[in-house]
Each structure stands twice: as structure tokens, then as C-alpha cells.
Write a protein that binds this ligand. Sequence first.
Ligand code: F6P
Length: 540
Amino acid sequence: MNTKQLKDYPVWEKLKQQAEIMKQPENHLKHLILKRNRLDTCLLKGAGMLYDFSHQRIDERTMRLLFKLAESRKIRASFTSMVSGESINVTEERAALHTACRKFSGDPVFMDGKDIMPDIRNVRDQIKGFVSQIHSAALTGSTGKAFRHLVVIGIGGSYLGTEFVSCALQEQAISRMKLYFLSNVDIHNFGRIVSEIEPETTLWIVISKSFTTPETLANARLAYEFMEKKGLALKKHFVIVTRKGGPGHHPATPKLASFDMFDFIGGRYSVTSAVGGVPLSLYLGNETFERFLKGAEEMDRHAEETPVSKNLPLVAALLSVWNNNLLGYPAQAIIPYASPLRKLAPHIQQLGMESNGKQVLAAGDRLDEPAGTIIFGEPGTNAQHSFFQLAHQGRPFPIEFVGVIHPRYPQYLDSSKGVTNHQELWANLIAQATALAAGREDGSPARHFPGNRPSSTIVLADLSPENIGRLLAFYEAKTVFEAFLWGNNPFDQFGVELGKTVADDIRQEILTRNGNENYGFSKSDQIARYYLETLFSGQP
Ligand code: F6P
């Protein structure tokens, strides 16, 4: 466990001095990107991915110092502790073993002296068997019709990663299956979904690790009532994914099947567990889901076994700390030039910000250096026509671009004016990284581009299930490497608790008022009371 602040390492002071050097005009990115052999030191390949950081504001000395920081902080050793089942989530006293979910090697993983792999394999086999029965229509809805609509009820880590992967692999979905996500407690979400599904052929998948999340429980209740009113047998239309031994396992809950996720898997790291496994295998098929897991496993091995200077997620994490804490950029955008990756940024928002938006070291002392990055994003080229004005001339933020060499739909690759749409897309990706870095002088201030705006580019060969698995595991590993550098615990989330507690109090007031028209919201503060009165008055 990390008890030291970054400033406790002598190399941190050297990095601060180096940052001042890199801020000098002679180190403007327009010069750095033209340096001979820039790509020899700023391009990495591994685990089927390419990572180019030639457009970051670094030179060889900066990288040597960052590598030294990684060595001093022993972050590879921390990663090994994580994958080997140590209680790395110190505040909640448990392991963080999402990597075990995609392990196919047959090696044991011990947690508290017990090999957890048999349990993991059992759940994987249970999912496979269940999915085969649904796909072959051996298991049907209560009127005997095969399932065609899948609705995931869950929020945060119990849905965002699954949504990302399902969008990324949408073209590989089993043709008859449609997948929906009921995450928000907002009735618009429920109303739209039930207007699109056919209840008789709908399987609801309720996913919650805790089974106490109010939004998920409220939506599940609504779904139960909706199906009951349609005269359908609930025990034929609901599936549950929840923590082994948790409240979701109540015997009275009607269900077709239930699947365990484990205490040692955090919500935002749970896509490769039953949380993603059940809906994604139903939607994409067992084989595609397994290929996705194998891609993630390959990236895990790369992250664990590759030396610091060649390790893709580790180098990405070092650059993140460099940009945040030494160059002073608090935000980062993720811009995939591939529409199927449109849900990558929303997933990484939660992964990164819930993991590393922290104020204390894992050991408890307040962090001297701020941890966490503000993450947002949108696919290119749409992003260019949305917020790239700010990116080029307003407040700068580093960008992670993602490019894909071979798109889907090759039948539409005819060129117009000699350039295919896909080449047009790539022209834009390459141009943005160059323009942001190099800028352009102009006598008119409104037309001047300052440049010196950093970016990295990730390149995938295609959108195969393996590559989506690699990309997912890359970001998971990057996130925990960042945490090991900053020194925070990336596996707890106490920051979301206060809002939930305040909502509990307000919900209680609403409940009282629902049963007594004259109740005066006496417990809320004056502003909350104003809103509650406005809500009940029916007038804004
Ligand atoms: O937002 C807080 C949080 O606890 C997330 O960490 C989690 O992914 C989400 O809520 C859902 O939790 P659960 O799976 O327990 O319903």
C-alpha cells in the first residue's frame, strides 16, 4: 500500500524542473514532432495495439524520468499484487480480481488461501449453458415464444461497460436479439423501452452488485408490475446478476436464473464478469463473448509482464500524470474515429473518474498532488464540429484519439473523388493531431492557432471482439496504473455516498407528503423545500 506522496521521491522534483524545460518555446510541439526518429522513441506496439505518443509534450529525458518514477513507485509490483489476489482495495479490505474473469490459462489465483478460479469457471459455464438454451429456444417466455428482446436493468458499472461493448460489436449480434438499457430512474427511459419491446419475448436482466441501488430497484419493480399486468409469469422473464451471498439472492424473488458476480470485482471493472457476460453472451453469442475475453486477457498479460518503457497502458498512465500534475491539464478527451466506439468515452468517464477522483492516499493521508482527470469524449469527426473550437483555440486539453484500420462494411468503400469515406475519416484523424500540435501563425489574432496541444493515438487493426477486449483491458490497466502512481485506491467510491444519503432524506419527505397532503417538508432546507413545493404544485 502506498504511504508516500509523489514529492517524497527525488525524481518528482526533477520532473517538475523538466516540465519547466518542456514549457520553453524551443520545446513547442511543432518542433518536437519534426525531430528525427521521433517515432522510434514515441511509438509502442503490443498486445495487438499500437500506441503513438509522438504528439505529447515530452522528449527522451522526460520519458527516462517518468520511467524512473514508475520504478520508484513500484507500480508493476502493485499490478502483480492486484492480479495475484492481494487485498489491494484496502479501504474495503478486499481484492480486485477482475483480471481473473478473463483468465484461460488454468493457473490458480489464490485469495485468502483459496483458489478462486473454479468459481469463476463455474459461472462462465453456467452462462454458456443458459445462453445456449435461450438461443435454441429450449428456454422461452411464459407463452412459449423465443426471447427476442433483452432489457438490462442496472446503473453505473452495472451497465456502462456492457453498453460500450454491445455498441462496439453490434454488427455481430445474434440477428433476432435486440438489447436495451434501463439505467436511469427517469420514467422517459422506461416509457421508451416498453413502447419498443414485445413483453412476451422480453427477458429482463437485473444487474446490481449490492442490490440496494434505489434506481435499479425502482426500475425492477416497475418492470415486474408491467409484466404482471400483461399476465406473464415473472419467473420466466427475469434474470438476476448480483453479488454472491448478497440481498439479490432472496429466495422469494421470481427469476428464471441468477448468476454470481463476486465481492472482489468492482462494478466499473465488471464487464468481463457475469455483469457483462450474461447480457453480452445473450446478445452476441457465447463464442463472440469468449473471443472478447481472450483479447482482454492478452492485454492483462502485456500489462503485467512488459517492462515499463514498452508497456502500453503503463506509459499511457505516466503521460496522464505528466499532463495532469506537471503540465497542468486537468481534463482529457477520448475521441474514437469509429462510430461503434461511441460509448467508449461514457464508460471511461466512470472507470477513470470514479476510480481516481480521490482526495486521499490509499493509506489515508490527504494527497499532495491532485488525482483523477476530467474525462469526456465523442466520436470524430462529429467532435470536430462540436467542441474542437475550444480544443484548437480555447482552453487546451490532451486528447486520446483511436483509429481503426479496417472498418466494417467494406462493400461501401468505393471512393468518391478518389478518396473513400474511411480514408476521409483517417485524413481527419491525422490532421487533427498535427494541427493541434503544430498550430499556425496568423497576423489576425482570431485566426491564429497557438498549437502545442498534446495528443496520443491508439490504432486497432479492426473492431474484432479480441480488439474490443484489448481496448477495454488497456483502459482498465491504465486506470489502475494511474492510481498506483498517484497513490490513491482506485477500487472504492465513497464520493458517491453523500448524494445518496441526502436523496434518502428527501425521498422520505416525499413519502410522508404522499400520505398526507398537509405535510410541510419540515426536514429539508429552504431551497430543497422550495423545489419540493414546486414539484407538488405542478407549476414551475
Ligand atoms: O455510483 C455508485 C455505484 O456504487 C457504482 O460504483 C456502481 O457501479 C453503481 O453504483 C451500481 O451499483 P450496484 O451494482 O450495486 O447496483
